[in-house]
Design a protein around this ligand. Structure first.
Ligand code: ZN
Ligand code: ZN
Length: 356
């Protein structure tokens, strides 16, 4: 599974006349080696890939890291003063590093070293295109998320708080085998649902208003992310109209997604429709984002989304309309780009649901 990924990095190094890539982003390390710990680095090079970490992670190295990597113990050894000079001494003349994934201080030290070359996005670009195993992992994280959403949304009532439901989500995530939520869940009722990133509060759920759940699971290293807005007690005709606009915007964007289109063009489909319906100013965020090892990764579906969609990209589609002081509606599913369109990876319908 890891060798085709490593081969691509080797090919890129060769194409750019570089000897090695020093990988410092943890999600990138996971993608290229399997390591899920919190401290480590990779030196990816056709001249012998290394996994660099201290004694705390040597057991984990044996359990998780692909055999393409030899362990290099850096216990008590500093990267710039001690390790890099060793590599340079071995004849690595040009070492690329991930300039987006080093601290400011480290970045300036590396920039000052002879032969060190800043790069951005090499691994992220590969990560956007999911292989079959990754799609299966995302699919499993989605199934678990849908299961927990169905259970927890059924508990909604005017007697409990947003935090009660958020706690149920977190508890069930761990009980059912996830390593946790892929982000802190949003459970937002009434006026709180007008805030796209409301989180949750100790406030009781408000009858007759939207109740937004935005939640995701991290399962076997891959994330899911789904939003459903349900209604507590009743869905008023006013909210029904807003709901139908959001759902139609999402469906139109879903029909538009296909290889070759940019994220910006897909965003414009949903945004154009919502604007036509008079709610342009109530949809203030991007339409979606890539998802995989990280809950937010490339490509973006947004006004700034210039990346062209490709077969195997996995993106969320999550339009919303937020009416300040009243409430908001958002619906979110995950789509995988296919040869001539996109497939919705979620199974849960988006019909209006009244709970409680
Ligand atoms: Zn979400
Ligand atoms: Zn999302």
């Amino acid at each position: 599974m890891y060798s085709p990924r490593i081969d691509r990095i080797h090919a890129r190094l060769e194409a750019e006349g570089l000897d090695a890539l020093l990988v410092t982003s943890l999600p990138n390390i996971r993608y290229l080696s399997g390591f899920s710990g919190s401290t480590g680095m990779l030196l990816v090079t056709p001249r012998g890939n290394r996994f660099i970490s201290d004694f705390r992670y040597h057991e984990q190295y044996k359990q998780e890291v692909d055999q393409a990597y030899e362990l290099l113990d850096n216990t008590g050894r500093e990267l710039v003063k001690e390790l890099l000079p060793v590599f340079i001494g071995e004849g690595f003349k040009r070492i690329a590093y991930e300039s987006d994934h080093v601290s400011g201080t480290m970045g300036s030290k590396l920039a000052a070293m002879e032969g060190l070359t800043p790069t951005t996005g090499w691994v992220e670009e590969l990560r956007m295109v999911k292989d079959a195993q990754e799609l299966a992992a995302i699919e499993a994280a989605i199934r678990l998320n849908e299961e927990i959403f169905s259970e927890v949304s059924a508990l909604a009532s005017a007697d409990i708080t947003e935090a009660d439901l958020a706690a149920e989500i977190e508890y069930r995530a761990l009980k059912k085998g996830a390593s946790g939520s892929s982000f802190r869940p949003i459970v937002a009722s009434g006026p709180n649902s007008a805030k796209p990133h409301a989180g949750f509060s100790q406030q009781r759920l408000v009858p007759g208003t939207p109740l937004t759940f935005d939640m995701g699971m991290r399962l076997n290293g891959y994330c899911s992310d789904m939003t459903r807005t349900v209604f507590l007690g009743e869905c008023t005709p006013q909210w029904r109209r807003v709901y139908d606009i959001v759902r139609e915007a999402k469906d139109r964007a879903a029909d538009a997604i296909k290889p070759g289109l940019t994220g910006k063009e897909v965003d414009a489909v949903a945004r154009g429709y919502i604007t036509e319906q008079g709610h342009g100013e109530h949809f203030g965020h991007g339409l979606g984002h890539g998802i995989g090892i990280e809950v937010h990764e490339g490509p973006r579906l947004a006004k700034v989304g210039l990346t062209e969609l490709k077969l195997g990209h996995v993106v969320t589609n999550e339009p919303g309309i937020y009416l300040p002081g009243e409430g908001g509606i958002r619906i979110e599913d995950i789509f995988v780009v296919t040869e001539d369109g996109a497939r919705n990876m979620n199974n849960l319908p988006t019909d209006v649901v009244v709970v409680g």
